[in-house]
Design a protein around this ligand. Structure first.
Ligand SMILES: *Cc1c(COP(=O)(O)O)cnc(C)c1O
Length: 345
């Protein structure tokens, strides 16, 4: 079998949710962000496991993503949509019982016309300038909105992974100014906001990346392991080339393993010549270019010819791999391809 194996540790996911939940006071609800197919790990599996751990509320990015989550958790728990209510969403919002987080007066109008009486929340812009109503826009409709009992008022922090960044306090102050005294439940904190402390927690937190084992939640347990089978091993003599473009020339005689995954599996081509794989505890450098279905790896340091090499595992987490090419763990996770055998533990 030449199918790489992606192991997804749902008990680690659950432990991460409990650990983040424990960072806020007991009365504060810890929801879960499961957008982008549960950060690439399978929204249904992830949501089901988190509901078992105690999560009672979920967030997705677009309405279509809510279907898999709804199917996994049953009819009762709220599922919110960050993207709000877009043209054509009414049916899916209604049928899957999703709660749009309305981002503008335009979305508010659309929602009240298309689905009167259907629950909604409001997303406010506290300074990030990405989604949500601006302060003046909110002021113009707040009274009307509040009379309709929005289920949640939320905003999102731009710099929550940088503890000392002045933007955090500025956004907090703006959010408080926009929501204080409304009586509606509030949410400001994703993973970074949970870690910033109680001022940022309000009634509901909604972490994502920390659940999946990523920074900035330093105490997270790793959730994924990616093991790639060796197809063949050859001796490469000093001066011979390996792979496309002859980009690697062997500086000495070496043993090179060709393994069954490549950029089609989300292993970015930018990792060419830069990544490290692991044969158990032995570091083995990737040599030459990442191709579509294959990687070539110098396994000379391994005492036995390995049958599998780990790209993600105990020696290299998602953020370690991300650092090699200047990206973030979020992108590593959500880029994981569809060709892996996915085993849920
Ligand atoms: C993605 C997202 C989250 C979750 O953020 P993490 O950094 O993954 O915890 C929360 N809120 C909004 C609006 C988001 O887009």
């Amino acid at each position: 079998m030449a199918q790489a194996l992606l192991q997804i540790d749902l008990s680690a996911l659950q432990a991460n949710w409990r650990a983040l939940d424990a960072r806020s006071e007991p009365g504060i609800e810890t929801a879960a962000t499961v957008k982008a197919n549960g950060y690439g790990l399978g929204a249904g599996h992830v949501a089901h496991a988190l509901a078992h751990a105690g999560a009672r509320r979920f967030f997705v990015a677009i309405a279509e993503e809510g279907l898999a989550v709804r199917a996994a958790i049953g009819p009762d728990l709220p599922v919110h949509v960050y993207g709000g209510h877009m043209e054509g969403d009414a049916r899916i919002l209604h049928e899957a019982g999703l709660i749009p987080m309305l981002n503008s007066v335009e979305q508010l109008t659309r929602h009240l016309e298309a689905l009167p009486g259907h629950p909604f929340g409001i997303q406010l812009d506290s300074g990030m300038n990405r989604l949500g109503m601006e302060p003046a826009e909110w002021a113009s409709v707040a009274q009307i909105v509040l009379a309709q009992n929005p289920v949640l008022l939320m905003s999102h922090l731009a710099c929550a992974d940088e503890t000392g960044h002045p933007m955090n306090a500025a956004q907090l102050a703006q959010f408080v100014e926009m929501t204080e005294g409304t009586g509606a439940p509030r949410s400001l904190a994703a993973t970074g906001g949970v870690l910033l402390g109680p001022d940022y927690h309000f009634e509901i937190t909604r972490p994502g990346i920390g659940l999946y084992g990523g920074a900035p939640f330093a105490d997270a347990r790793a959730v994924v392991r990616l093991s790639i089978p060796v197809i063949q091993i050859r001796e490469v003599l000093q001066g011979e080339s390996v792979g496309y473009g002859n980009s690697f020339i062997a500086p000495r005689d070496m043993r090179v393993a060709t393994i069954a995954a490549g950029y089609a599996d989300g292993i970015q081509r930018a990792l060419s010549g830069r990544a490290t794989l692991w044969a158990g505890d032995i570091a083995c450098p990737l040599v030459g270019r990442v191709s579509m279905d294959l990687l070539t790896v110098d396994v000379s340091a391994a005492p036995e010819p390995p049958e599998w090499l780990d790209l993600l595992g105990p020696h290299q987490g998602i953020d370690d791999l991300a650092d090699v090419i200047g990206t973030i763990g979020y992108e590593i996770l959500t880029g994981l391809g569809q060709r892996y055998a996915r085993h849920y533990l």
